[in-house]
Design a protein around this ligand. Structure first.
Ligand SMILES: C[S@@+](CC[C@H](N)C(=O)[O-])C[C@H]1O[C@@H](n2cnc3c(N)ncnc32)[C@H](O)[C@@H]1O
Length: 269
């Protein structure tokens, strides 16, 4: 199911209650998430409440893998760019609101490391990108996501929250407007959606500054009840991913008990 988002939604179109842009603000209301998502999708608050609990199953149902149809990995990009429509916005909203304590720890981790030029790759509904943009240590956030609805929603949220000057949205990393290198790379819950996550790590390694930090997690698993048919779990793909991770990055310890890890580049040997 894909709802019709407002075309060219602007700050004025979205409710913009003043939201604190720190972890406490996220825990309070997801940075005004429901208040912004309902008008963006042109539904009322009650209709949004009804959509949220079904969101994971609705997104899964869009994927050929959910009904055991062949899925060409080369089509993954088209799935996120075209097929999912607004379904991912609703699924991510349900997840960020329903697992707010977990997301809050990833925001605490981001607060610890984010500075300078920040890339949020596959940024979804923008919780991390918006929080980063509000940090004085961050000069600019570059939000990259294949899904045009996600980009439109996050751009409108940034405007409504007074952060538009520090957050710009792009489809992919090849856009020449992006800086060649980033001081911080955030890529959360994205790598398992990519047909070649090892190549994505190589791309990150090439664009991370020498002192930069990458915050990464992954979940190469289709779910205990098959609820994530779009996650890649092929053993050879996962082995290539971990080989590349260990060759190119060195983990930086952090104290949060979450799956997200912090990395610097390995020193050249
Ligand atoms: C599970 S969501 C994670 C969103 C966000 N990082 C979070 O933690 O909530 C995966 C996101 O990656 C995006 N995505 C998938 N493939 C992509 C690609 N090749 N390039 C950029 N974004 C991609 C999807 O559109 C989606 O927004």
């Amino acid at each position: 199911m894909s709802l019709s988002p407002r075309s060219g939604a602007t700050a004025a179109a979205l409710a913009a209650p003043l939201s604190r842009m720190d972890v406490e603000g996220f825990l309070a209301d997801g940075f005004a998430l429901k208040a912004q998502l309902a008008p963006f999708l042109q539904v009322d608050a009650a209709a949004l409440e009804a959509l949220l609990p079904q969101a994971t199953d609705q997104l899964a149902a869009l994927h050929p893998g959910a009904v055991q149809l062949a899925f060409d990995p080369a089509d993954a990009g088209r799935f996120y760019e075209d097929t999912v429509g607004t379904a991912h916005l609703i699924e991510l909203a349900a997840w960020h609101l329903g697992s707010a304590d977990y997301i809050a720890d990833t925001l605490r981790l981001q607060e610890r490391f984010a500075r300078g030029q920040v890339l949020d790759f596959g940024g979804g509904i923008g919780s991390h990108a918006l929080a980063a943009a509000a940090r004085p240590q961050v000069e600019q956030v570059w939000f990259v996501d294949l899904n045009p609805h996600n980009r439109a929603f996050v751009a409108a949220r940034a405007e409504a929250l007074g952060l538009a000057a520090k957050l710009r949205c792009f489809r992919d990393l090849d856009d020449p407007a992006l800086p060649p290198q980033f001081d911080t790379i955030v890529c959360l819950d994205v790598l398992e959606h990519l047909p070649d996550p090892a190549a994505q790590l190589e791309s990150f390694a090439g664009r991370l500054t020498g002192s930069g930090v990458a915050l990464l997690n992954w979940y190469f698993f289709k779910g205990f009840r098959g609820e994530y048919p779009f996650h890649f779990d092929d053993e050879a793909l996962v082995n290539r991913f971990f080989t590349t991770l260990q060759q190119r990055f060195l983990e930086v310890f952090h104290p949060y008990l979450i799956t997200t890890r912090a990395y610097r580049l390995q020193a050249p040997t």
